[in-house]
Design a protein around this ligand. Structure first.
Ligand code: NAD
Length: 471
């Protein structure tokens, strides 16, 4: 049993004032594997005070001092990768491909930030004006349970590079990952109060942080609904916001695509992290003229996307994170049938031969039109839709007809043609003949997928306020 009973404030592990204890589950077995004691508003205020006190000195540190801190954090996170991998698999069913492929991005975030810091000019000249790029103040980092270490590292690295201090509010569903992350912060011997971690519920700790007058910036990764609430809370004191929210990303297979490889990429993207990835390509747009070949290729590829035990290295789709998410995804599968879509594969209930665990059958709907709810709403489970289109113009129109705009994918054997289509898509990231982005490119969403961008100067400057002095 994992007992997680402390939070991290002002350089110390402390027992929270909050007394609520929440169970932790292994989603592959539905067994309780531990418990976490949750922080409350009083703990939140203590963390913000610690960060505010620390900001006075930390905001005046030199680039070299901050680079040294970022390098220590890189080492501290790299040292804990194996522990984090095990926690991700036990806590949310992450499969081997995800933990090996994506978790190393966590320490890399600190490296990226220290490289950027070395080259960034905080004092700039514009005409007869000196512009100083000053740290905003106390920043709040709110993260989801999936790939928790990567999101925490991304936000903390950028905040510290800018000279801000941070309060991290990780998801209450990722307490095991959070314990390791707190230990890594402690091992990096940061000045007290520069990074604080308060695990608690959104409705208590989250609301208290996003409405706190001493918080200057909120950097949030999570659902669009919570992003909307954060914007409202932040409005009273005009907090600066970076919001990375949900998606319903299209994967356009142009009619000259090599179908087996395009389909394999589309399914890999769509089912990534057990279908729980913000940028997953969950709408597969197939040319009407090639629809039969695309559907046949999907059926041929599906054995590689069987749901099963996440501890088995051969498994590519594990369970969804919680009972609530399992019920929600099952609801969407039933909804798809009610809306008149057809099952190409999958369907309601657990996969054959699996009697426990929050496993969903990897499911693909055909006969889908883009106005159906299963084509418009983020399901956040292994459920994809195939939508046929007549020509490139219609593919672009369908891709863009979405409340979301996080990522889009275009596959074609003609890179120039794919690029022309890419330029017409409303998405923060458009990938051509690939499903993973460039970690140094700006990342964030258009429309209801969010506000602002992470990475490089796009991210750094969202933690800075320009002060123009004209003499
Ligand atoms: P969620 O929005 O339910 O929770 C995210 C975080 O917000 C958690 O820490 C939660 O406790 C907190 N929260 C909840 N209510 C809050 C409130 N009122 N105030 C402040 N914080 C609050 O999302 P989740 O289920 O953890 O993650 C899945 C969602 O995250 C999906 O919608 C997915 O698309 C999105 N996501 C986006 C990205 C991205 O980069 N755009 C990446 C990963 C996940």
């Amino acid at each position: 049993m994992h007992k997680i009973q402390q939070i991290y404030i002002d350089g110390n592990f402390i027992t929270p004032h909050g007394t609520e204890v929440a169970p932790l589950y292994n989603p592959a077995t539905e067994q309780v594997i531990g418990e976490v004691r949750l922080a409350d508003e009083i703990d939140t205020y203590a963390a913000v005070s610690a960060a505010k006190r620390a900001f006075a000195d930390f905001s005046k540190t030199t680039k070299l001092e901050r680079i040294a801190i970022l390098k220590r954090l890189n080492t501290a996170f790299a040292d804990r990768l194996d522990d984090l991998k095990a926690a991700m698999t036990e806590e949310y069913g992450a499969v081997r491909g995800i933990v090996d492929g994506l978790l190393p991005l966590a320490p890399a975030m600190f490296d990226e930030a220290s490289e950027l810091l070395a080259s960034y000019t905080f004092q700039q000249t514009r005409g007869s004006t000196t512009v100083s790029m000053d740290p905003l103040g106390v920043a709040v980092a709110i993260t989801p349970w999936n790939l928790s270490a990567v999101f925490v590292a991304q936000k903390v690295a950028t905040a510290l590079a800018a000279g801000c201090t941070v309060v991290v509010k990780p998801s209450e569903l990722s307490a095991m990952q959070t314990q390791i992350i707190m230990e890594a912060f402690d091992a990096a011997a940061l000045p007290p109060g520069v990074v604080n971690v308060v695990t608690g519920r959104g409705a208590t700790v989250g609301d208290a942080l996003t409405s706190h007058p001493d918080v200057a910036k909120v950097d949030f990764t999570g659902s669009t609904a919570v992003g909307q609430r954060i914007m409202r809370n932040a409005a009273d004191t005009f907090k600066r916001l970076t919001l990375e929210l949900g998606g319903k990303s299209p994967t356009i297979l142009l009619d000259d695509t090599d179908i087996p490889s395009g389909v394999n990429a589309a399914l890999t993207s769509g089912f990534l992290n057990n279908g729980q990835t913000c940028f997953a390509g969950t709408r597969i747009l197939a040319p009407e003229s090639e629809l039969d070949a695309v559907l046949a290729a999907i059926q041929a590829a599906m054995p590689a996307f069987t749901a099963g035990d996440p501890t088995d290295p051969a498994t590519s789709v594990g369970p969804v994170v919680s009972q609530a998410q399992f019920d929600r995804v099952q609801g969407y599968i039933r909804l798809g049938l009610e809306e008149g879509a057809h099952l190409l594969t999958g369907g309601a209930g657990r996969p054959d031969g699996i009697n426990q665990g929050w496993f969903v059958k990897p499911t693909i709907f055909t006969g889908v039109t883009n106005d159906m709810r299963i084509a418009r709403e983020e399901i956040f489970g292994p459920v994809l839709v195939v939508i046929p289109y007549r020509d490139d113009d219609e593919a672009v129109a369908i891709a863009n007809d979405s409340p979301f705009g996080l990522q889009a994918h275009v596959f074609s054997s003609n890179p120039q043609r794919a690029h022309q289509v890419a330029e017409r898509l409303e998405a923060g990231t458009v990938l051509v003949n690939r499903i993973f982005g460039d970690p140094r490119a700006p990342f964030g969403g258009m429309k209801q997928s969010g506000i602002g961008r992470h990475h490089h100067t796009y991210g750094l400057e969202s933690y800075l306020e320009p002060r123009a002095i004209t003499a």
